[in-house]
Design a protein around this ligand. Structure first.
Ligand code: ADP
Ligand code: MG
Length: 359
C-alpha cells in the first residue's frame, strides 16, 4: 500500500460502518460511517456496550456469540435494528472474529440496505432528470435558431409594406417571436458565467433571507439554525443564491396560499459525513435544509418534481427546481426532498474539500 494511504483514513472513508467489539460487547473502535449509523460521536461510542444503543434487533445473537467463541463467520441480510433513540433501519451485517494478542474481538461490518436502495433510486432519477433536461435544452435551441430569422424577416417586411395598417400584422409576428424567445431563454436556464470563490455558506443564506423578508406581502417567520463551525466552501455565490432562493420562494408561495397555517420556514445548516452524491462518496459535506410547515408537495408531482415545466401553479413555469438542481449540480452537490402534510424538507448537500469543482 502506498505510504500516503493510511489505514485510519481508509477506514474512515468507507461507506460501510465498521465496528470492533471486545468479548464483553464493549465497543473498541468505530469508523466515521459507524458514527453516522449510530448518530453518536466517537467518545459516546468507545467504551460503551453495543447493546446499550440497540433497543431491539433481528440479529441472531446466538450466532453472534458463536462467532465470538468459536470464530464462525456470520453474515445476515436485511437485519432490522431499532435504536434506543427510536430510529430504525435495515442493514446487511457481517461478523468476523479477530484474534489480537490472545484477545478475542468481533469485527462488525454494517451496510445500510435503505442506503443502497436509495443510491440506486437516486442514480436512476438523476439519469432521467438529466435526459429530460437535455431534451428540453435541445428543443429550446432548435426553436430559438429560426426565431431570430422570423423576427428579422418580419422587420424587413414591415419596412417594405405600403400602408401602416398592414404593419399591425408584422408587429404581431415580432411580438410573438419575442414571447417565444423569452420562454425558450427561460427553458435554457440562467446563463451565468461561473465565478467560484471560497465563501461562507451563511453569507449566501442570509442574502436569501433578506430578499424573502423584504417582501411585505407575507408575514412568514424565518428561523435560522446554523452551525457556525462550517468552513468556507468553493462556491459561486450567485448560483447558490439562485438555487436556494428558488426553493425558499416555493415555500413562501405555498405558505402564502395557505394562510390558515402560521407559516414558518426553518433553515438549518450542519456538517454531514460520508455522503454519496451520484455514485461518488464524499467524506465531508455541508447539509443545508429548508423546511416549511406547509401542506406538502402534491403526491402526483413527487416523481417528476425536478423536471422542467412540472408545476401545480396556474402561472407557474415549473422551472425553479429544475434550475436549482442544475446549479447545485455545478457544485457537485445534490438535492433531496422529503414531504408530507405539514412539513416539507429540501436538503442540499455540498461537498467540503479543497478541490476546485470545475477541474
Ligand atoms: N415547499 C413546497 N411545498 C409544496 N409544494 C412545493 C414546494 N416546493 C415545490 N413544490 C411543488 O413543486 C412544483 C414545482 O416547483 P418549481 O420547479 O419551483 O416550479 P413553479 O414554482 O414554477 O411551480 C410547484 O408547483 C409545487 O407544486
Ligand atoms: Mg418555483
Amino acid at each position: 500500500m502506498s505510504e500516503s494511504v493510511t489505514t485510519e483514513n481508509l477506514l474512515d472513508n468507507l461507506s460501510t460502518a465498521v465496528l470492533v467489539l471486545d468479548d464483553n460487547m464493549i465497543l473498541q473502535y468505530a469508523n466515521h460511517a459507524a458514527q453516522a449509523v449510530f448518530e453518536r460521536s466517537l467518545n459516546l461510542l468507545i467504551g460503551y456496550s453495543f447493546n446499550q444503543f440497540i433497543a431491539s434487533s433481528s440479529l441472531d445473537f446466538v450466532r453472534f456469540q458463536n462467532s465470538m467463541q468459536h470464530g464462525e463467520v456470520y453474515s445476515d441480510g436485511e437485519v432490522t435494528f431499532k435504536f434506543t433513540d427510536g430510529r430504525h433501519t435495515q442493514a446487511d451485517v457481517s461478523v468476523t472474529r479477530m484474534l489480537e494478542d490472545q484477545n478475542k474481538r468481533l469485527l462488525l461490518e454494517i451496510r445500510l440496505v435503505e442506503q443502497q436502495k436509495k443510491i440506486s433510486q437516486e442514480n436512476h432519477q438523476w439519469a432521467q432528470q438529466q435526459a429530460a433536461r437535455e431534451l428540453v435544452r435541445g428543443l429550446a435551441h432548435e426553436i430559438k435558431n429560426p426565431l431570430g430569422g422570423i423576427r428579422g424577416a418580419a422587420q424587413l417586411l414591415a419596412k417594405q409594406l405600403p400602408s401602416e395598417e398592414l404593419q399591425e400584422f408584422t408587429q404581431v409576428i415580432i411580438e410573438q417571436s419575442d414571447r417565444l424567445t423569452n420562454l425558450v431563454d427561460r427553458l435554457l436556464g440562467p446563463n451565468l458565467r461561473p465565478n467560484f470563490d471560497w465563501q461562507n455558506i451563511h453569507k449566501v443564506l442570509e442574502k436569501v433571507c433578506t430578499l424573502v423578508q423584504l417582501d411585505p406581502s407575507h408575514n412568514i417567520l424565518i428561523t435560522r439554525d446554523y452551525d457556525p463551525s462550517i468552513p468556507d466552501i468553493y462556491l459561486d455565490q450567485d448560483m447558490l443564491q439562485q438555487a436556494t432562493l428558488n426553493i425558499v420562494r416555493n415555500s413562501v408561495q405555498v405558505l402564502s396560499d395557505n394562510r390558515e397555517i402560521a407559516g414558518e420556514i426553518t433553515i438549518v445548516t450542519r456538517i454531514e459525513r460520508q455522503v454519496i452524491i451520484h455514485g461518488a462518496s464524499f467524506p465531508l459535506c455541508v447539509k443545508i435544509q429548508i423546511i416549511d410547515n406547509g401542506p406538502g408537495i402534491p403526491s402526483e408531482l413527487k416523481n417528476t418534481l425536478f423536471y422542467p415545466m412540472v408545476t401545480s401553479k396556474k402561472e407557474g413555469s415549473g422551472l425553479g427546481l429544475s434550475i436549482s438542481q442544475t446549479l447545485i449540480g455545478h457544485h457537485r452537490g445534490k438535492i433531496e426532498v422529503d414531504s408530507w402534510p405539514g412539513r416539507t424538507e429540501f436538503t442540499l448537500y455540498l461537498p467540503i474539500d479543497k478541490k476546485d469543482p470545475q477541474k
